[in-house]
Design a binder for this molecule. Structure first.
Ligand code: ACM
Ligand code: ZN
Length: 606
């Protein structure tokens, strides 16, 4: 593996801030002398007989049109000065590229448009962050420092998931989400379209699914334990035209959309429309109004399989993805245990328990998906009872499922909930709005190694990638999604793209400082808690607790007080855990050159 290699310390110093601050970190950057400057006379040339490359050129030219206010000339000429040349070149993997900036010309070399697209993403990050602005700025000098960048992804599957069932998000927001993915070289959008709380995809054969199944009568306020509801119907769905539009929009950004149709669990919204798909044990079925796991699941009978096959046929006509996600997670066996049909079926098939019945269900649907020339992907639980060799497992429960899958020679996407579920807290749960689960700050996400050391070299090859999962139980609007997803999704995108040798926390958190300027230009509502001190209060005794303080911002010192006063640049510097009593109020902030890095955070004994 190549490493980032700076030819000399001097060169490293000469390397501009922008070239040092690319996220995700490229494979290698070799700084060169000089600058390339884009102005209204800069031309783009495409040396390829391929529409895909031309689209990449248009993407770059659109960016400059929006942010700089001038149209770059498209030319067939690639000699001369002031040209950005995209050249199809054999010898690269599909997503790999070489980007060479000299004062006269920028040369992008790749074998396929995918690689050229990623070169353009890197190139954009080498210009001032105004390149990401939504309106034209005439006063910027569009300068990029010269360098040769060789780059290729670590993993072929670089995913971001979005749950549009807990809360629904507009087509415009889905496009923005795809834009943010593309900028960070992510290439799979896992679209979680069906759930207990709502069915969100139009199926022409079953209009009830979106007439009735897309709306829940109300939503829980707080956690599922509160038992307090808002009394307001909530719903939304995507028409097939909208879905086609999104699939196209994603494809233009080299993103594959993988739809998820949940089965056999998390299917209450569908069952509410067609109770005959269930075991029929309940008086009433309606879309869930709180989060969690529900015992009302599909009953494995002919009508259910026919229904799911019809649904999947329409789904596959909309989504050209190689993989179709069929869920498979969290299917309680309560109803199957009581259902005469399920119990008879188990006897007929010689199944020992309901876990084998789940396996029968998944394998049957897998055969159907395979018969249409596609493959299945599903959550860890699809592994129960054996799978066809071409099924891919999305490992969310922890690492064990991923390890087991790789050992059984199944491709795996790693997204353990303890690290890659971005609905979990990222900052002090005492002061954050309600989130799901525990505290997973940016550093912990970043430092997770998605290729478990327990795997052999051969088994490690089955880890095909990673995914950020954005479950939206407590994310009611796009701003909240952005806050929860960013910057942690960037840590995952670096795990997805950058080779392990280039993945280094101190480097990432420094580059993130520059990258925040880009996110600001795009008005991304990212969480800035990495600039704040995280106060952890550990139980000790009735009258004492031990406090630890930490901060992720680079080069920041932590200053704190325990008398309730505001910490200043003259307050004590934190160097080790300390004890507080019941009357103490801990206030802390990060400082760099006497300036606060973020907000003051505080905690009391309780
Ligand atoms: C899941 O979080 N139930 C896959
Ligand atoms: Zn049943």
């Amino acid at each position: 593996m190549k490493k980032i290699f700076f030819s000399s310390f001097l060169m490293a110093v000469c390397l501009s801030m922008s070239a040092q601050s690319i996220i995700p970190q490229p494979l290698s950057i070799t700084p060169k002398a000089g600058e390339f400057v884009v102005d209204s006379r800069t031309a783009i040339s495409v040396e390829a007989n391929d529409d895909g490359f031309t689209k990449v050129a248009s993407y770059l030219s659109e960016r400059f049109k929006t942010a700089a206010g001038f149209n770059m000339k498209m030319t067939t000429q690639s000699a001369g000065r002031n040209i950005i040349c995209i050249r199809q070149t054999e010898g690269f993997d599909k997503e790999a590229y070489r980007l060479t900036l000299s004062p006269e010309i920028v040369l992008i070399e790749s074998a396929a448009p995918n690689g050229a697209f990623y070169a353009v993403q890197t190139l954009c990050q080498m210009f001032p962050d105004a390149i990401y602005a939504p309106t034209a700025n005439k006063n910027v000098k569009w300068t990029a420092t010269c360098a040769v960048i060789e780059d290729a992804p670590r993993f072929p599957y670089r995913g971001m998931h979005l749950d549009v069932c807990s809360h629904f998000f507009s087509v415009d927001f889905i496009k923005r989400y795809l834009d943010l993915m593309a900028i960070h070289k992510m290439n799979v959008f896992h679209w979680h379209l069906t759930e207990d709380q709502g069915w969100r995809i139009e199926i022409k054969r079953y209009p009830e699914l979106t007439q009735k199944g897309a709306v829940r009568k109300e939503t829980v306020i707080g956690t599922y334990k509160s038992k307090i509801y808002d009394g307001t119907p909530y719903g939304g769905f995507y028409t097939q035209d909208e879905i086609r539009e999104i699939v196209r929009y994603a494809a233009d950004r080299f993103i594959t959309v993988i739809p998820e149709i949940e089965m056999p669990g998390h299917s209450l919204a569908a069952i509410s429309c067609f109770p005959e798909l269930s075991c029929g044990l309940e008086e009433k079925y309606e879309p869930a109004t709180r989060w969690g796991v529900f015992r009302q699941v599909y009953c494995p009978k002919a009508t259910t399989f026919k229904f799911l096959e019809n649904v999947l046929d329409e789904v596959m006509s909309l989504f050209p993805s190689e993989y179709i996600h069929i869920g498979g997670d969290e299917c309680p066996k309560t109803s199957w245990k009581k259902c005469p049909h399920c119990q008879n079926l188990m006897v007929t098939l010689g199944l020992r328990d309901e876990f084998e019945l789940q396996s029968f269900f998944i394998q049957r649907m897998e055969r159907f998906v395979n018969s249409r020339g596609r493959k299945i992907i599903g959550w860890d639980e699809i592994l129960q009872g054996g799978l066809a060799p071409n099924a891919m497992v999305m490992s969310w429960l922890g690492e064990e499922g991923g390890i087991k899958s790789a050992q059984q020679h199944h491709d795996v996407v790693m997204c353990p909930h303890t690290k890659y579920y971005l609905d979990y807290y990222q900052a002090d749960p005492y002061t954050e709005q309600l989130c799901m689960g525990h505290l997973v700050p940016l550093r912990e996400v970043y430092q997770y190694n998605p290729v478990p050391d327990t795997l052999t070299g051969e088994q490690k090859k089955y880890i095909r990638g990673v995914q950020a999962c954005v479950w939206t139980e407590y994310m009611t609007d796009p701003q909240r999604v952005e806050y929860m997803a960013f910057p942690r999704a960037l840590a995952i995108c670096e795990a997805a793209w950058s080779v392990a040798e280039n993945k280094e926390w101190n480097s990432f958190i420094r580059r993130l400082q520059t990258h925040c300027g880009r996110l600001d230009r795009m008005n991304v509502n990212y969480c800035k808690a990495f600039n704040d001190v995280l106060i952890r209060v550990h139980d000790d005794d009735l009258y004492s607790k031990v406090v630890t303080l930490s901060i992720e911002a680079p080069d920041a010192e932590i200053r704190y007080t325990i008398d309730g006063s505001e910490p200043t640049a003259r307050s004590p510097i934190y160097s080790a855990p300390f004890v507080i009593n019941r009357s103490n109020v801990v206030k802390a902030a990060g400082f760099k050159a006497s300036q606060k890095t973020g907000a003051t955070t505080q905690r009391t004994f309780n």
